[in-house]
Design a protein around this ligand. Structure first.
Ligand code: NAD
Length: 260
């Protein structure tokens, strides 16, 4: 088991990519904190993990709230004694052309993706420093941390920002053996993407099949979606990597959509 008794605080893990990371980490022996805005889903997900013999708790956290983030991290520490891994993953998508982008939506996007990453980092890193064992912080970026698409000004800005944050945390955290890295997935079939397919079909005046083939997967090497498990395996690599050799990095997992 690669993560035996490590405590993993995973935001947005009641659904999609975060949930799959929790599944893979639990299988590797980690104690899981399902931290999500959706209270019922967080508790139900944690209960499912417990049924399978894993150690897990659900905490209701809006990652844009300093108070809720600090309270959620404290609950995790009370339950499991510390934090070894943070996966800052909670995220949403809002698309508009720049000239119509409501300022409130722009601020909401930056708050969830960037304030959320800042607040969870600040809350968790103190425990990583205090334990003397260090830790691994993983930000959920996107191909949009490196590449742009029309209509996604807020998302692309926020996802690029995470790479800057990870590089700073890599430098500040090194003395305490805290590493920080970013995973940059291509399109993954989760509720976040399923919602975009009919929306884009309507905006672009094309079929849903065309959105998938000609927009989302057009630049991949094989026309395939990245899976939640693909992303979880990269998270496992970052979380279990044994030294500071792998820090301040970003890895794209996108079927070749973006090659660096
Ligand atoms: P998802 O919609 O399946 O899950 C997102 C989860 O985040 C949900 O459980 C939701 O309740 C939670 N959440 C939303 N706002 C929150 C908040 N303020 N505080 C706490 N929790 C909140 O989405 P997903 O596709 O699994 O996306 C997870 C992450 O992966 C996001 O950061 C997203 O940008 C990123 N990502 C997704 C894709 C993709 O194609 N699906 C690609 C690249 C990156």
């Amino acid at each position: 088991m690669l993560l035996k008794d490590k405590v993993a605080f995973i935001t947005g893990s009641a659904s999609g990519i975060g949930r799959e990371i929790a599944v893979v980490f639990a299988r590797e022996g980690a104690k899981i904190v399902i931290a999500d805005l959706n209270k019922e889903a967080a508790e139900a997900t944690a209960a499912e993990f417990v049924k399978t013999g894993a150690q897990a708790i659900g905490v209701t956290v809006d990652v844009t709230s300093e108070e809720q983030v600090n309270a959620g991290v404290q609950k995790a520490v009370n339950a499991f004694g510390g934090i070894d891994i943070l996966i800052s993953n909670a995220g949403i998508q809002i698309v508009h052309p720049i000239e119509e982008f409501p300022f409130a939506d722009w601020k909401k996007m930056l708050a969830i993706h960037l304030d959320g990453a800042f607040l969870t980092t600040q809350a968790c890193i103190k425990h990583m420093y205090a334990s003397g064992k260090g830790g691994s912080i993983i930000y959920m970026g996107s191909v949009h941390s490196k590449e742009a698409s029309k209509l996604k000004s807020a998302y692309v800005t926020a996802k690029h920002g995470l790479i800057g944050l990870a590089k700073v945390i890599a430098k500040e955290g090194a003395a305490h053996n805290v590493r920080a890295n970013v995973i940059c997935p291509g399109f993954v079939r989760t509720p976040l993407v399923d919602k975009q397919i009919p929306e884009q079909a309507k905006t672009l005046g094309i079929t849903e099949e065309q959105v998938i083939k000609d927009v989302m997967l057009k630049e991949t090497v094989d026309g395939e979606f990245t899976t939640t498990d693909d992303v979880a395996q990269v998270a496992l690599m970052f979380a279990s990597f044994p030294s500071n050799a792998l820090t301040g990095q970003s890895v794209v997992v996108s079927h070749g959509w973006f090659m660096q």
